[in-house]
Design a protein around this ligand. Structure first.
Ligand code: NAD
Length: 509
């Protein structure tokens, strides 16, 4: 790296602003160049700026990572495991600290941020079992005197590109597994809330990870494109919106990289006529408005089957009335602001368009009054929503819950299976046969039976279908160890020299 110091932002007004640096081979760097603006969404004030990497900077970081990786690859598995145990210990003991960093840049409540950290730690815990996850296979005597074994080896340098909505959990999903498998990583976090990534890199270093194995490079399209084109980087893990996921998948694959790109979502929750309506209403409100709807597994559509709609809508409306919306740092808040002013305006636009397209706005979050300039909007509930309306067709990524009324289970399943997104879904019912049929019929990657946000535990892998995932490998869990390793198969024979002979035929048993 050419500039080994962190530069202050030039100009008087910006004097107090922190510059969030890159982390490359253990050094915090912020060479002069483009900057992004980082806000506290609860106040609307800019709190920091973040250094944006050029293509040259990304390439220099990749070279540093490449230089560091062989030593890490040679590091024994027990030592790698010890580093991860230490990472777990540090994050657990300082979870409140990282949660507050997340809240101050993302806006979600501290309790929600603590939940994010806990779910990220789940993957650290899974990865501490790397001795087991990296085990090879062995077959003795596949032919006379011939044995075959398979080993898993790291890819080298891999890149992780992450979204704003889980600034700690998604990096922990990707980075931890990649490192456990012996790779060096370049993490390109969201430029909206980049501090958590720097904090995580510091923790891994404190835990004993050698420098150059966990690098953080900030930026926007310029930095991402440089990652996608850099020949040193062998694989790309991405989580973000569908158009960008598709772009990442296409460009990285065209450059010969291994790629997994998780995209957006429109998650439906079916409520059957036999469901417990209070439990369904609690679940719908929690899953639709938690984190202000900025979760890829948020429920954004309730599919009300038969005659449940009126009762359910009344119960959901009552619950919305009781929600406490405010600064995520205030322990009384249950829901915080959106990530940016643009997101706030965009979400308001969806509620506006719903009314214009014939849907019924039952609760209008735009009328919720807030003090100050934070990026807040209240929770909205929209009834009589139908495919073809913007509010149904597009991912809103905000606190707007749509209700689609259908006559039957079959109609509900057809609706979901016709959607381009297929990340998560849920059914609320008391009937086991319906639940089992739903599991069988539904074309979605993650399914909840009376569970509204079915994010799999760490021992399983996470991923949707259709436009919610490009590639064939899910995140974290066992599939991630497949993604971050390549298998090598070795066929062995120890013949007596006297047995040697020439044979031009294709080897058979
Ligand atoms: P985003 O697609 O805007 O950004 C994701 C990453 O891509 C960021 O690091 C960003 O810097 C980069 N990026 C943005 N525009 C780019 C461009 N034109 N070229 C190259 N790189 C670009 O997503 P976001 O707004 O940060 O996150 C929200 C989205 O992520 C939602 O759509 C949500 O559903 C999705 N998401 C999906 C999952 C999942 O598991 N499927 C999980 C979390 C979030």
């Amino acid at each position: 790296m050419s500039t080994p110091t962190i530069e202050k932002t030039p100009g008087e007004a910006a004097e107090a602003l922190r510059t969030i640096p890159h982390v490359v081979a253990g050094e915090k760097l912020a060479p002069e160049g483009r900057r992004g603006r980082v806000f506290n969404p609860a106040t609307g004030a800019q709190t920091a700026e973040v250094a944006f990497a050029t293509a040259d900077f990304v390439h220099a970081a990749a070279q540093k990572a490449k230089a560091a990786q062989p030593t890490w690859r040679e590091t024994g598995l027990a030592k790698r495991q010890a580093v991860l145990f230490k990472v777990r210990e540090i994050i657990s003991s300082r979870a409140d600290e990282i949660a507050r960093i997340i809240t101050s840049e993302h806006g979600k409540t501290v309790a929600d941020a603590m939940g994010e950290v806990a779910r990220g730690l789940e993957n650290v815990e899974f990865c501490t079992g790397l001795m087991h996850h990296l085990k090879g296979e062995y077959s003795e005597q596949v032919a006379t005197g011939i044995d075959v074994h398979q080993v898993r080896q790291p890819l080298g340098v891999v890149a992780c590109i992450t979204p704003f909505n889980f600034p700690a959990m998604v990096p922990l999903w990707m980075v931890t597994t990649a490192i456990a498998a012996g790779n060096a990583v370049i993490l390109k976090p969201s430029e909206r809330d980049p501090s958590a990534a720097v904090w995580l890199a510091d923790v891994f270093r404190e835990a004993g990870l050698p420098e150059g194995i966990f690098n953080v490079v900030h930026g926007d399209k310029e930095a991402v494109d440089a990652i996608l084109d850099d020949p040193i980087i062998r694989a790309v893990s991405f989580v973000g919106s569908t158009p960008i996921a598709k772009y990442i998948y296409t460009r990285a694959a065209a450059n010969g990289k291994r790629v997994q790109a998780l995209g957006g979502a429109k998650n439906h929750m079916i409520v059957m006529p036999d469901a417990d309506l209070d439990a369904a209403a609690d679940a719908a409100v929690s899953a639709a408005y938690g984190s202000a709807g900025e979760r890829c597994m948020a429920v954004s559509v309730v599919v009300a089957v038969g005659d449940v709609a009126d009762g359910l809508i009344s119960k959901v409306s009552d619950r919305i009335g009781g929600l406490v919306i405010g600064d995520g740092l205030d322990p009384r808040s249950e829901m915080g602001p959106l990530i940016t002013r643009e997101a706030q305006e965009r979400v308001a636009g969806f509620v506006e368009s719903a009314a214009g397209e014939g849907a019924k706005v039952v609760v209008d979050g735009r009328t919720h009054e807030f003090e100050g300039d934070g990026f807040f909007i209240g929770a909205s509930l929209v009834d009589d929503v139908k495919p073809g309306m913007r509010v149904y067709d597009e991912e809103i990524f905000g606190p707007v819950l749509s209700v689609v009324r259908v006559a039957s289970y079959d109609e509900a399943v057809d609706l979901i299976n016709s959607n381009r997104y297929a990340n998560g879904t849920a059914v609320f019912t008391r009937d086991g046969k319906t639940a089992r049929q739903f599991e069988f019929d539904i074309e979605v990657g993650m399914v909840g039976i009376n569970v509204p946000i079915p994010v799999p535990v760490g021992a399983f892998s996470f991923g949707g279908w259709k436009d919610s995932l490009f590639g064939d490998t899910h995140m974290y869990g066992p599939e991630a160890f497949n993604f971050y390793t390549r298998r090598k198969v070795v066929t062995t024979r120890w013949p007596e020299p006297s047995e040697s002979q020439i044979s031009l035929g294709f080897p058979t048993h």
